[in-house]
Design a protein around this ligand. Sequence first.
Ligand code: NAD
Ligand code: UGA
Length: 485
Amino acid sequence: MQTSSTPLIVSKIACIGAGYVGGPTMTVIANKCHDIQVVIYDMNQHRIDEWNSDHLPIYEPGLEELVFERRGKNLHFTTDYAQVVDADIIFLSVNTPTKYYGVGKGRAADLKYIESCARQLRDTIKSGRKIIVEKSTVPIRTSIAVKRILESGDSQAQFDILSNPEFLAEGTAISDLNAPDRVLIGGESDYAIQALSSVYARWVPKENIITTNLWSSELSKLVANCMLAQRISSMNAISALCEKTGADVQQVSYAVGKDTRIGAKFLQASVGFGGSCFQKDILNLVYLAEHYNLPEVAKYFYGIIEINDYQRDRFAKKVIHKLFNTVSNKKICILGFAFKKNTSDTRESSTIYICKSLLEERAQICIYDPKVTENQMRYDLKSLMNDSYGGDFSAISETSPESELVSKNVKVFSDPYEAMADAHAILVLTEWDEFKTYDYQRVFDSMKKPANLFDGRNILDREQLEQIGFEVYQIGKQEKNLADW
Ligand code: NAD
Ligand code: UGA
């Protein structure tokens, strides 16, 4: 066994959790470090089968090529837990969703998956020295719980715990991982920090590998997501003011973002942010603040979510209002179900919330998305309509009125022109590039009149659309027909 003064030469890395983070992160490590065996373990057999097939479970630009390049060489996807225990470094990259039951329901992170990983490691690793890395996003001080569990059995093994949160964004995961703004490693053991740093140092400049204590690292991840989301909510709040006053939110964000202290990124007003993490991590921070009796802090961050909900609701109401206050039985085409472009992920997508509002008004919804499957769309809509979103889907009845509404009033199309034909309105809810390239004259000709287009991402050429004859609404921009109907 190496002593703590002998630097560890890493030869094998394992990761528990083959999801949106575990899969791409380990794939990039395997590509950068051919001499390191990388094993990704998941308890979900179906997911592992997909990782081992020609159709990977997630869509991410550039991922497929890298997986196909290294799979079977130094990159392995498995449900065989035995392949985890002899790794030098073990990443925990399991999900940490918002709790949907019990104490902290709707706020706190559910740490049951992290805890079960820790217990399994404790019960299966009996000797040697292992570096356990929290890759999942967790509440501050989770590493204490992980350490206590690891040290609670009869294992003679020595465990070093590190926090190494992931900052990749979906849709750009591979480029983010190839050139991260920073890699953050929190921990107390120099031996472990050195070992993990040595892996990243193969391709990340040393000055971009930051080390902190455990708590700063855990908390920084939550704060980063809160601040990114806060910028979007700020612009979304301003978009409502723009619509009332004649300012143009894109001009405002450009002017504001030119200030180098502010910067241009994450200032795009939209139908509201989605994704599996922003809301979850803000709620997590809110819960922590409440737990530590800091209600002002909790309230401050909770406002980010309130504005996001407001923006989704505002958009749905705008659609209903513009369609003469009734969408009942009207065909409404939804372009985009993913929470952002270049991903098949739909978690917390604003589309789901906007569809719910329209379905409650008995609209006929026709959806097109280039990457999201029909099953996923129906699953999401039924979950939310039955108030079980993020909860226990098995508890949902297929025959509940809400499920039947989804079955009867939602159609999914693989051809966007078919989805748009005969529609009273088109709603652009994800910023997929292909939406900009459609033949909108052809679309207009096929639609009911007046033909309404609600651009929830401000990606389309409004002037051109208005020349064709569309009535166009864009976020944070004044409508041409101020008199309204
Ligand atoms: P995910 O749901 O896509 O994947 C998690 C995987 O862990 C699942 O496949 C699940 O089967 C597996 N799993 C859970 N418990 C397990 C166990 N005990 N043993 C084996 N496998 C187990 O989640 P994700 O999107 O990859 O997110 C993982 C973590 O990373 C979360 O904490 C999230 O907040 C964080 N994160 C996510 C992103 C992102 O873009 N999705 C970015 C940065 C950080
Ligand atoms: C976000 C962060 O950007 C990552 O750094 C972080 O690692 C990740 O969360 C996480 O912890 O899961 P992600 O959610 O994948 O990444 O995607 P983003 O690009 O951040 O977009 C989130 C949402 O905000 C999307 O719905 C997007 O359309 C929306 N958005 C983004 C806007 O509405 N306006 C913007 O200006 C930017």
